[in-house]
Design a protein around this ligand. Structure first.
Ligand SMILES: [Zn+2]
Length: 289
């Protein structure tokens, strides 16, 4: 399947005579297509846990995954009387399980706003929420898991409500890891990876061997300016529940994002090029597993 795709794209280059790098690479991942998935999520409004917008987004994600021939299930539960739902999509056969995860909820309060009147407004979540989920949806469109490998794409609810109504962070991923009957071999969590000015540093709570593998993939693709091989932040995010269960996990996050948890986390700060970088790196890494 991949060989056929490569031949088709190569033929296209011959016909057009174009040697330049486009937004679509030989594996088919398109940053432009991922960008459309960001917009589609924003069109539902703020995706706050338990809201009708989050439910509509969940249906949209499930329908997209099903159309892309993934096996889809939801994991529904209640937390503090609010219904939460993780979405799990699986493809491929084999004992090796590669999990790629992102949260699809958005923060109910823009508490990093300098204007106090805006702090009670919801975060639109173009980068913080929609970008990671969009990359997962685009992966579902193009990815064929390698032989002997299952790929799980997991969309977590309830990541981003920490300190609101006494909630913690990563409620959905914490529930998910405690329901596992078979553990993923390796997991990668992506969050806030769509910033136009993409600077992803290595994250200190991640499994270091996995960090090395992923940053090596980025280097091989010429993306060292976007995935910088230096440790910088230690984050609380959906990777921690996995780490605490002894699962090798890495977090990809660009925490140098000035619009984090503000009302300005909007589509104009997200770029198809950044989404392309993440898609390219993830596919390159998955295909070397
Ligand atoms: Zn957040």
């Amino acid at each position: 399947m991949r060989t056929i795709k490569f031949v088709l794209i190569f033929s296209l280059f011959l016909i057009t005579g174009s040697g330049c790098r486009s937004q679509t690479t030989e594996h088919g991942f398109s940053g432009e297509s991922a960008y459309q998935y960001v917009q589609a999520q924003l069109d539902f409004g703020a995706r706050i846990p338990g809201s009708s917008a989050l439910l509509a987004t969940s249906h949209y994600i499930q329908n997209t995954l099903t159309q892309n021939t993934w096996q889809v299930e939801t994991q529904d539960f209640r937390f503090r009387d609010v219904p939460l739902s993780n979405i799990i999509a699986k493809k491929g056969e084999g004992e090796k399980i590669i999990l790629i995860g992102a949260h699809y909820d958005t923060r109910a309060l823009a508490d990093q706003e300098s204007d106090i009147h805006l702090q009670s407004t919801a975060v639109p979540g173009a980068n913080d929420g929609a970008s990671g989920s969009a990359v997962l949806l685009e992966l579902s469109r193009v990815l064929d898991p390698p032989a002997g490998t299952q790929v799980w794409l997991v969309f977590f609810d309830g990541e981003d409500q920490g300190h609101i109504n006494d909630w913690g962070w990563s409620v959905g991923s914490d529930y998910f890891v405690h329901q596992l009957t078979e553990k993923p071999t390796k997991a990668v969590i992506i969050d806030m990876i769509g910033d136009k000015d993409l600077n992803i540093y290595q994250e200190k709570n991640s499994t270091s061997t996995l960090v090395t593998e992923i940053w090596m993939s980025a280097k091989e693709l010429g993306y060292e300016a976007q995935l910088i091989p230096e440790y910088k932040y230690a984050m609380i995010d959906d990777h921690l529940p996995f780490i605490n269960q002894g699962i090798d996990t890495a977090l990809l996050i660009d925490f140098d994002y000035p619009y984090w948890h503000t009302t300005h986390d909007t589509i104009e700060h997200v770029s198809p090029t950044s989404l392309q970088v993440i898609g390219d790196v993830l596919i390159h890494w998955i295909l070397t597993q």
